[in-house]
Design a protein around this ligand. Structure first.
Ligand SMILES: *[C@@H]1O[C@H](CO)[C@@H](O)[C@H](O)[C@H]1NC(C)=O
Ligand SMILES: *[C@@H]1O[C@H](CO)[C@@H](O)[C@H](O)[C@H]1NC(C)=O
Ligand SMILES: [Ca+2]
Length: 158
């Protein structure tokens, strides 16, 4: 009887002093959590290089988009038609191939009609906000200031 009472007391004591740990977002504030990734639309316009530097300072990169469901999430939830925004894809001047800044291989693309136009001086990729071209990609001029999408990821490319 005593032991039942004691264990009941212990049970109450320990439940009351051990509340469940608070659930907190795995992402820094202002970022939206999605699988192993955190995304943020930064609405202050910057050149592509300045945008990449700012994302890197926060521990990430300009966003890479590796799959169709990442594309749907970034276009629909992060961008929400607010502004054309830089993503982490850039054409290398050396050989013309497009590479993600975070090192992921380019598996998936969502170019707009006629893109990439690969015009001289246009090697940085932005995502469209406009109704008709929503979410599609365009190679544009790297020195144009645009809002941008940062991504912090726990997934490591290999
Ligand atoms: C293109 O050049 C970059 C270096 O600027 C290199 O990392 C990449 O592997 C090259 N890609 C091809 C297909 O040669
Ligand atoms: C793609 O970018 C170019 C500027 O580099 C712009 O003139 C063109 O309108 C863009 N395409 C769309 C569909 O907005
Ligand atoms: Ca273009």
């Amino acid at each position: 009887m005593f032991f039942i009472l004691l264990s009941t007391l212990l049970l109450f004591c320990c439940i009351s002093i051990n509340p469940p740990p608070p659930t907190h977002s795995p992402c820094p504030s202002g970022y939206i959590s999605w699988y192993l990734n955190c995304y943020k639309l930064v609405e202050e316009a910057a050149t592509w290089d300045a945008a990449q530097t700012a994302c890197a300072k926060a521990g990430g990169n300009l966003a890479s988009i590796d799959m169709s469901y990442d594309q749907a999430f970034v276009a629909g939830v992060v961008l929400q038609g607010k502004a054309d925004a830089w993503i982490g894809l850039k054409r290398k001047v050396q050989n013309g191939s497009y590479m993600w800044t975070d090192g992921w291989p380019v598996f998936f693309t969502q170019w707009g009609p006629g893109e990439p136009s690969n015009l001289e001086g246009e090697g940085c990729v932005s995502m469209h906000a406009s109704y008709f071209f929503h979410g599609t990609w365009n190679d544009t001029k790297c020195s144009d200031p645009k809002p941008y999408i940062c991504k912090i990821s726990k997934a490591i490319p290999h």
